[in-house]
Write a protein that binds this ligand. Structure first.
Ligand code: HEM
Ligand code: HEM
Length: 206
């Protein structure tokens, strides 16, 4: 650790704690957005406009949600970097590293699916890029290397709910963003904290 500048990386900077904080802010503000947002391809964009311009405190809640999500996307990888620089991934904490990597991927998926919900041009084309990546993925994509699945059974088809982007896609993104991924993340966070307890607490000072 002698090469680390000023020994600064001895501390956690509470980056994991900040990630939890921003996650909780998203969980708190998300349901309020849900009260006005209807995941329909015809209504989503108008609902998001209403949230920003008509609903009392709508713009505030939307911005709080968006900024919390963005700050979480920054804090989680920096927390990972801290764990790496301290060597806190070494036994007995190796399982927690793996749980962490899964949490990192799920955080990115949350940001991605959230970005799609307003169903504007940006969302549509981002979804198109995401689905093309799915199609071209190895094994699970119909056009990727070592493909074993046909176009109507591959990962992009499942995520989109068909061969074209449309209402089934938005419904799936909504369910993933508001129920499936946050549920999985809450469970994994519980495991993450239990693992810290099992390893006899933190590897160093907060
Ligand atoms: C890790 C947690 C979360 C992250 C990173 C996240 C991220 C995002 C992002 C980036 C947007 C787009 C915001 C915008 O266009 O201004 C969004 C929208 C949305 N999120 Fe989340 N979110 C999270 C959790 C949740 C939860 C738990 C719920 C509901 C229970 C939720 C409900 C919504 C709704 C309804 C929208 C659409 C409204 C809008 O675009 O303003 N989010 N989210
Ligand atoms: C949603 C994402 C995450 C949350 C909410 C979270 C939360 C936390 C919290 C609150 C701590 C206690 C210490 C601190 O605040 O730094 C911690 C420790 C830890 N985290 Fe995370 N974490 C996340 C992602 C990750 C990632 C991506 C990794 C690595 C791949 C990771 C690996 C670890 C390890 C190994 C420890 C124990 C560190 C030690 O004992 O010094 N976590 N995490």
């Amino acid at each position: 650790m002698k090469w680390v500048p000023l020994g600064l990386v001895r501390y956690t900077f509470c980056l994991g704690g900040l990630s939890v904080f921003f996650f909780l802010l998203c969980i708190l503000t998300g349901p309020f957005l849900m009260m006005y947002y209807i995941p329909s391809v015809d209504r989503a964009w108008a609902d998001v406009q209403d949230l920003s311009n008509v609903v009392p405190f709508g713009r505030f809640l939307r911005n709080l949600h968006r900024w919390s999500g963005t700050l979480m996307v920054i804090c989680v990888p920096v927390h990972m970097l801290r764990v790496f620089l301290q060597g806190a991934y070494k036994p007995p904490r190796q399982l927690n590293w793996l749980v962490g990597v899964t949490l990192l991927l799920l955080t990115y998926l949350m940001a991605f699916t959230g970005y799609l919900l307003p169903w504007d041009n940006e969302a549509y084309w981002a979804a198109t890029v995401g689905m093309t990546m799915g199609e071209n993925s190895p094994i699970v994509g119909s056009k990727g290397p070592f493909s074993i699945l046909s176009q109507d059974k591959d990962i992009a088809y499942i995520l989109r709910g068909g061969t074209m982007l449309g209402q089934p896609s938005l419904t799936r993104f909504f369910f993933a963003h508001c129920v499936a991924i946050p549920g999985a993340m809450a469970g994994l966070m519980g495991l993450h904290f239990f693992n810290i307890h099992k390893a006899g607490g933190m590897s160093g000072p907060l």
